[in-house]
Design a protein around this ligand. Structure first.
Ligand SMILES: [Cu+2]
Length: 129
């Protein structure tokens, strides 16, 4: 009986040691990933922003970003919408069905007003600093 308990304790200890080893190994690999991320972002820091299209509105309707940042619009409505720049051909999505996304990177500072080509009352603005 005592032997069985000792064997049980050894098994439990072995499982614990393996568990601790696995956790520390995973921690080590995530550290490596972070270092790689830092190496990759040595240049200018760029961010990605999300605009939701829902209830025939762009949310947020006005968004302030930095040059080089990226904006992703996602249509949450069941009806199709577009993301169409007002003045230039700088950006213009195709028709976005439900759950479809459109991504654009703004490299030049300025104010970019846009609308939905299907519902022109839907408007939004990206301010690039
Ligand atoms: Cu629309």
């Amino acid at each position: 009986m005592k032997k069985n308990i000792i064997v049980l304790i050894i098994i439990v200890l072995a499982v614990l040691i393996v568990g601790i080893y696995l956790v520390s190994a995973m921690g080590g690999s995530s550290k490596t990933t972070k270092q790689n991320e830092n190496a990759n972002t040595a240049g200018p820091i760029t961010n990605s922003y999300r605009v939701e299209i829902s209830n025939s509105n762009f949310t947020p309707s006005e968004l302030r970003i930095k040059a080089g940042d990226n904006v992703i619009w996602t249509n949450k409505d069941s009806m199709p919408h577009t993301v169409t720049g007002d003045s230039s051909n700088e950006f213009n999505s195709q028709i976005l069905e439900q759950e479809r996304s459109y991504s654009h990177t703004f490299n030049s500072p300025g104010e970019y007003s846009y609308h939905c080509a299907i519902h022109p009352l839907m408007i939004g603005k990206i301010i690039v600093e």
